[in-house]
Design a protein around this ligand. Structure first.
Ligand code: NI
Length: 155
């Protein structure tokens, strides 16, 4: 078995909070990550596909094709977005690096023309990273609060 990995990057904002918690509990649990208007990360996504090389091409999966699939189904939908509000398949979930792995897996697993999805690794920062191997995980969806409004500038 051969494992091939494609690395992608995106930048996005998010806020970690649970709308069923009080403000005090959200602050205690999520601390700085609970900032009401969000904060940003430069994410690194590594997607690993396993399989045997095709005898005619030597590819487990054409990595150019894999790049395009990751762009279409994940990166183009999350890059420069607010993950709590702007992305249809993330609405209502708490956008931790753990939950993002699970939802990204669901976005891409049935799109591969060859090989089998083996692992999604997502770096939220150089220090924080999650690995997911596709075991069944249920990600709860919460009723989404309205996006906070930025103050209008007065000229
Ligand atoms: Ni964060």
């Amino acid at each position: 078995m051969i494992f091939v990995t494609r690395k992608s990057t995106f930048s996005a904002a998010h806020r970690l909070y649970n709308p069923t918690f009080s403000d005090e509990r959200n602050q205690a649990v999520f601390d700085k990550c609970n900032n009401p208007l969000g904060h940003g990360h430069n994410y690194v996504l590594e997607l690993t596909v396993k399989g045997l090389p095709d005898p005619l091409t030597g590819y487990v999966i054409d990595l150019k094709l894999l790049k395009d699939l990751i762009d279409v189904h994940i990166i183009n939908k999350v890059d420069h977005k607010h993950l709590n509000y702007d992305v249809d398949f993330l609405r209502g979930i708490i956008p931790t690096v753990e939950n993002l792995c699970v939802v990204f897996w669901q976005q891409i697993e049935n799109q591969l023309p060859s090989g089998e999805l083996h692992m999604i690794r997502l770096y939220e920062s150089d220090q924080n990273v999650a690995d997911y191997f596709g075991e069944k995980v249920t990600v709860p969806h919460y009723e989404l609060a309205e996006a906070p409004q930025y103050a209008k500038a007065t000229l």
